[in-house]
Design a protein around this ligand. Structure first.
Ligand code: TIU
Length: 241
């Protein structure tokens, strides 16, 4: 685009009509809905319900539940406004060929990744526990990225897909804040994506890690990204009319 044209009053006015400004920390986050995707990270039964991987690790899974309803509202608003919506799921092939032995051994668990549990084989693709919770089910048209690691860019085609559809900003939701959410946000930031994490749409098994993970993202002028809330994000949509 002609750089002079980019600064013309017509373009400025058009941007004001099409861009959203979300109150955030360390400062406001401006986004163009056409180049922004909502990413819902690992809202899987295996992390959120009793009898799954999160439970077997010794966690209180109910600590993740407050993120469900705000995420449902954000998802509905993004779908209504036709934003791209993507999901991720952490898990492995049934033969576990993509699960590092070091990951499987970690924690000395009684029921390990790949073992049979109450919701099927733990963190294995195609099993009931591996799938997204009912409240946040993806639509058939929405992309679901299956990832073997904590970060959604590691050993997946997420970056290729985002670039092919012209996405440069991500609205980040999901679990857990200091593990898959933080790893993915850092990976995205290093690849040049602008990330807005909605603090009530992410959750941790550890309240102190929830706070610290969010603080680390927005500190130092937003060294990893921006942090806001679902209410402030939804307000920005309302103001667009
Ligand atoms: N254990 C924990 O906090 N998280 C994970 O193992 N995976 C994700 O965060 N998805």
């Amino acid at each position: 685009m002609d750089p002079h044209l980019a600064e013309s009053p017509e373009i400025v006015e058009l941007k004001m009509k099409t861009h959203l400004t979300v109150e955030a920390e360390p400062y406001e986050f401006t986004l163009d809905p056409a180049s922004t995707a909502l990413i819902v990270i690992d809202m899987q039964r295996d992390f959120i319900l009793p009898g799954g991987f999160g439970d077997f690790l010794g966690n209180k899974v109910e600590l993740l539940h407050p993120a469900i309803e705000p995420t449902r509202r954000v998802l509905a608003a993004c779908r209504q406004r036709r934003l791209t919506v993507l999901y991720t799921r952490e898990g492995h092939r049934p033969d576990l060929s993509d699960c590092p032995p070091s990951k499987r051994e970690r924690g000395r668990l009684k029921i390990k990744i790949g073992d049979e549990g109450p919701m099927g084989r733990v963190l294995v693709r195609g099993e009931y526990g591996h799938d997204i919770i009912d409240e946040l089910s993806p639509l058939p048209t929405e992309t679901v990225i299956d990832k073997p690691g904590k970060g959604a860019f590691f050993a997946t085609d997420l970056d290729l897909i985002l670039r092919n559809i012209g996405i440069s900003s991500l609205i980040v939701t999901g679990v857990t804040s200091e593990v898959c959410v933080q790893t993915t946000t850092r990976e995205a930031n290093d690849r040049g994506y602008r990330c807005l994490v909605l603090e009530d749409c992410v959750a941790s098994y550890f309240p102190e890690f929830q706070r610290a993970a969010l603080d680390m993202i927005k500190a130092q002028g937003g060294i990893v990204g921006w942090v806001s809330t679902s209410a402030r994000f939804l307000d920005a949509f309302e103001n667009l009319g």
